[in-house]
Design a protein around this ligand. Structure first.
Ligand SMILES: [Mg+2]
Length: 370
C-alpha cells in the first residue's frame, strides 16, 4: 500500500478551512475575569494541593510555558505550577460562547461542520480560490476577536486533514494556507504523530520500527503498513502522499447571512442609520453572491437604547440577488418600522436562499411578514 505505484486519485477542487479556538476555556475565563490576564490559568479539576484527581481541560499559554498541557493529570500540573490559577470549568458559559461563534461561522454563508465545542470545518470550495478563502477567513477571525475578544487559529487547505494540520501550525492566533504543492514538503519532516488516525498506540508501534517522521512513514513497505494499521492503512496512505481530498460531512446550503454593527454612541441620526444599513447590505450581498445564492427574506434588526431589540422581516414573492432591490427593501423596512428612538445596534440578514437567478420584482409585490 505504501509503495509508490501509480494510483488513480481524483483530485477534487476542494478548499477546506479549519477553525480552532485558542485555549478556549482558559481564554473565556480570562475575558470574563481580566485580572487573570498574563497569569498561568488552568481549567480542570481542583488540584487539592497536588492530590486532586482528574485532568486539565485547557490552560492558558502562560501555563503551557510551565509544561502543562490539556489531558495532563491535574496533580502533575500542580507540581509543575503550584502558583497557577486553577478553575473549575463553567461548561454552560463555554457552550453559550461556542453557539455565538458557530453563528458567526454560519454568517459567512458557507456550509460548515462543527466537530467540537471550539472547532469547525468550513467548505470554502465554492470560492474556487485560496486567496478569496483567505479573505473570508481573515474577516471571520477579525469578527470573532472583535465580538468576543478571543483568538482562533485557522488553516486552509485542499482537504480536511491538511486544514487541521495547517491550523495547528498557526497556533496561537494564526493563519496558515497550505497549497496542494506545499503539502509534502511541509509534512515530510513532521513527526508521524501529526497524521490523524494513527493514535497513541500507533505511535508507540512506529517508534519500535524506527519510524519517526511522515517521510519515514511514506517510505514504509505496504505490507508492513497494512499489518500495522489494518483498515486505516488506505486513509493514512492518502494523507502522507498528499492525496487526501475529504470535505465536510454536512454539505448543505447555508441558511442565512447577516451583518450587524454597534455604534460607539447610541444614535438618532436617520441619515447615519440609513447609510450604515446600505453598507451592511453591501457586505451581506457580496457574501451571498460569492456563494451563488439569491434570497427571499430580508430582515432588519434594530436594538434601541436599553437593549430593546426589534426584528422586522419582508419576504419577497421571488428570490432575488439584485442589490438595488434588496437594499431598497432594507431601507423601506427601516422607514416603515423605525421607532424614532436612539439606536445602539443595527443589522441586516438575508435568508430563504435559493440557487435560482431572479427576475425583476417590484416593491408592491412584497408580502410583509412582520
Ligand atoms: Mg481549540
Amino acid at each position: 500500500m505504501f509503495s509508490f505505484r501509480e494510483e488513480q486519485v481524483i483530485l477534487q477542487d476542494l478548499i477546506i478551512g479549519h477553525l480552532d479556538m485558542d485555549s478556549f476555556f482558559a481564554s473565556i475565563e480570562i475575558v470574563d475575569h481580566p485580572d487573570l490576564i498574563g497569569k498561568p490559568v488552568i481549567v480542570g479539576a481542583r488540584p487539592e494541593g497536588g492530590a486532586g484527581r482528574g485532568v486539565v481541560s485547557t490552560c492558558s499559554y502562560e501555563a503551557r510555558a510551565f509544561g502543562i498541557s490539556s489531558g495532563m493529570p491535574v496533580s502533575t500540573a500542580f507540581r509543575l505550577c503550584p502558583d497557577g490559577i486553577y478553575l473549575v470549568p463553567r461548561h454552560s458559559r463555554y457552550c453559550e460562547i461556542s453557539r455565538d461563534i458557530m453563528s458567526c461561522i454560519a454568517d459567512t454563508g458557507f456550509s460548515y461542520e462543527q466537530v467540537s465545542i471550539d472547532e469547525a470545518y468550513l467548505n470554502l470550495s465554492p470560492l474556487h480560490s485560496f486567496e478569496k478563502a483567505q479573505d473570508v477567513c481573515q474577516d471571520l477571525k477579525k469578527r470573532i476577536f472583535r465580538e468576543f475578544h478571543l483568538t482562533c487559529s485557522i488553516g486552509i487547505a485542499p482537504s480536511r486533514s491538511y486544514a487541521k494540520i495547517a491550523s495547528e501550525q498557526a497556533k496561537p492566533d494564526g493563519f496558515f494556507v497550505l497549497l496542494p504543492k506545499d503539502i509534502i514538503p511541509l509534512l515530510d519532516p513532521m513527526p508521524a504523530s501529526i497524521i490523524p488516525g494513527i493514535g497513541k498506540k500507533g505511535i508507540q508501534i512506529l517508534e519500535k520500527h524506527g519510524i519517526k517522521t511522515v517521510s519515514d512513514l511514506r517510505k514504509m513497505d505496504q505490507w508492513r503498513a497494512q499489518d500495522l494499521f489494518g483498515s486505516m492503512a488506505q486513509q493514512i496512505y492518502h494523507i502522507v502522499h498528499g492525496y487526501e481530498r475529504k470535505g465536510i460531512s454536512h454539505i448543505g446550503p447555508a441558511s442565512s447571512i447577516s451583518k450587524e454593527t454597534t455604534f460607539l454612541q447610541d444614535t438618532l441620526d436617520r441619515d447615519l442609520l440609513r447609510e450604515t444599513l446600505l453598507r451592511l447590505t453591501g457586505i451581506v450581498h457580496t457574501q451571498m453572491i460569492r456563494i451563488g445564492y439569491s434570497c427571499k427574506t430580508v430582515t432588519l434588526k434594530i436594538r434601541y437604547t436599553g437593549f430593546i431589540t426589534r426584528t422586522h422581516a419582508v419576504t419577497l414573492s421571488h428570490p432575488s440577488r439584485e442589490y438595488d432591490l434588496l437594499s431598497q427593501t432594507v431601507l423601506h423596512l427601516f422607514d416603515a418600522r423605525y421607532e424614532d428612538k436612539a439606536v445602539r445596534l443595527i443589522g441586516v440578514r438575508f435568508s430563504g436562499f435559493d440557487r435560482l437567478s431572479d427576475g425583476q420584482r417590484r416593491l408592491d409585490e412584497f408580502g410583509v411578514e412582520s
